[in-house]
Design a protein around this ligand. Sequence first.
Ligand code: SF4
Ligand code: SF4
Length: 179
Amino acid sequence: MGKVKKKVKVIKIDLDKCNGCRACELICSAFHANPKYSSNNPERSRIRLIRDPLRDVYLPVYAGEYAKAECMGRDKYVIDGKEYDECDFCRASCPSRDVFKEPDSGLPLKCDMCEDDPPQEKPLCVQWCINDALIYEEREEEVEEEVKQEDIDIGLESMVDKYGLQKVIDTVARMSKKG
Ligand code: SF4
Ligand code: SF4
């Protein structure tokens, strides 16, 4: 299999510039509302702000992968003398907390880099952050070419046409036993 170029999208977060305005939460939740822009509930946002003005803590965190179970341990960071709470930097939608869960259904939320319909050229949270705390960057990386599901389907269909479904199932079962 050959190598292909893949676009990697990155949002760099400059904590020194974030003032906790929460515009990023607002636009993200509005863009992903159904119908679009019909509400702006931060609980539905894929970016959440950890905010503690008395300690000068403003930390935007993006929703990442869904985690079925919580971690065995917890992390706590101290940066520039400021102690962050346990799990503050974690992006997971996990059972240990309410963040990154759709409030009505409880379904996990995940940042899609605003590729939702219509896809945005630049993430909206970045566009709405007037303090330039969120900086969008793109780069290209070479990765192994993925086998497309469509190609597998076509290949399987032609084998089923030629040998019949049962024979293909038996062959796959035999191969997986060898394994
Ligand atoms: S990139 Fe788009 S989906 Fe992700 S947090 Fe920002 S506004 Fe929300
Ligand atoms: S819009 Fe920018 S400055 Fe405002 S809370 Fe979000 S990251 Fe911070």
